[in-house]
Design a protein around this ligand. Structure first.
Ligand code: CAA
Length: 240
C-alpha cells in the first residue's frame, strides 16, 4: 500500500509542486488548503489529488481535518508542513494581529500537525516530516520580523523534533526556499523585488519544482540517515 502523504497549503504554489512530486514518487497524496476554494477545486480536478479545507493555525480544525483524512485514506506517514502566509511591514507599522497571524499559521501549524501525527509515526516506527522554512528565517528580511521569527522558529522546531524521532525511524528535516516565483513573492512591490532578484547569484527567482525536488529527496523511504538538517534551495542567495 502506498504511504499517505499530507501537504499543507498544497493546492497552489510550492505546495502544489510538492504534491505532484510526491505523487510521482508513488505516494497517496492529499492536500490541505485554507481558503481558495476555486484553486483547490481546479487542482483536485486536474491532478486527482483530494483536497481538505481546514485552518492549520487552529488545533481543533487540524484535529478534525486529520481525522477525516485518516478515515478516508489511512494513517499519515509523510507530513509536509508547507502552509504559510505573509503580513509584511516594518515593526513600527506591524500590528499585533499581523504578528499573531504569521506566527500561528506558519509556526503554530507545525506544532498542531506534528502533535497530531507524530505519536502514530512513533508507534509504527516510520515517519517523514518536512517543514518548509525560508531563507528569510535564516538571514532575516527588512519588513518581516513576524515571518522571519516564525520561519527561524521552524528551523529550531525541526532540530528539536528530529532528536525525538530519531530512535523511532522518523526523520524531521527543513527546507529553506529562497525567493520562488509564486503568488506570495509576486505580491512584493515590483521595485523591491527587482532589488532582491539582483542579489540572487543564479540571477532568477526559483521555480516551485526546485523546492519540490528537495522535499521528495528528504521524504524518500530510504532517506533514513538525514534528519534535523536544513536544505537551502535559494539560488545561492544565502550560503549557509
Ligand atoms: N534595507 C534598508 N532600508 C530599506 C530596505 C532594506 N532592505 N527596504 C526598504 N527600505 C527602506 C525604504 O527605502 C524606505 O525608506 P525611505 O522612507 O527613506 O524612502 C523605507 O525603508 C520603507 O519603509 P516603510 O515605512 O515604507 O515600510 P513599510 O512598513 O511600508 O514596509 C515593506 C515596506 C513591506 C517592507 C516593503 O518594502 C516590502 O514589501 N519589502 C519586501 C519584503 C519581502 O521581501 N517579503 C518577502 C515576501 S515573499 C516570502 O516571504 C517568501 C520567502 O520565504 C522568501
Amino acid at each position: 500500500m502506498a504511504r499517505v502523504a499530507l501537504v499543507t497549503g498544497g493546492t497552489r504554489g510550492i505546495g502544489a509542486a510538492i504534491c505532484l512530486a510526491l505523487k510521482a514518487q508513488g505516494r497517496t497524496v492529499v492536500a490541505n488548503y485554507a481558503s481558495n476554494d476555486e484553486a483547490a477545486a481546479a487542482f483536485q480536478k486536474e491532478h486527482g489529488i483530494p483536497v481538505y479545507k481546514f485552518n492549520v493555525a487552529s488545533f481543533e480544525d487540524c484535529e478534525a481535518g486529520i481525522a477525516k483524512i485518516v478515515a478516508e485514506h489511512g494513517v499519515i506517514e509523510v507530513l509536509v508542513n508547507n502552509a504559510g502566509i505573509t503580513r509584511d511591514g516594518t515593526l513600527v507599522k506591524m500590528r499585533r494581529d499581523m504578528w499573531d497571524a504569521v506566527i500561528d499559521t506558519n509556526l503554530g501549524s507545525c506544532y498542531n500537525m506534528c502533535k497530531l501525527t507524530f505519536e502514530g509515526m512513533r508507534e509504527r516506527k516510520f515517519g517523514r516530516v518536512v517543514n518548509v522554512g525560508s531563507v528569510n528565517g535564516q538571514a532575516g528580511q527588512y519588513g518581516q520580523v513576524n515571518y522571519a521569527a516564525a520561519k527561524s522558529g521552524i528551523h529550531g522546531f525541526t532540530k528539536a523534533l528530529a532528536q525525538e524521532g530519531a530512535r523511532y525511524g522518523i526523520t524531521v528535516n527543513a527546507i529553506a526556499p529562497g525567493y520562488v516565483d509564486t503568488e506570495m513573492v509576486r505580491a512584493v512591490p515590483g521595485e523591491v523585488l527587482r532589488k532582491i532578484v539582483a542579489k540572487i547569484p543564479v540571477g532568477r527567482l526559483g521555480h516551485a519544482e526546485d523546492i519540490a525536488r528537495g522535499v521528495a529527496f528528504l521524504t524518500a523511504d530510504d532517506a533514513d540517515f538525514m534528519t534535523g538538517s536544513t536544505l537551502s534551495i535559494n539560488g545561492g542567495m544565502h550560503m549557509y
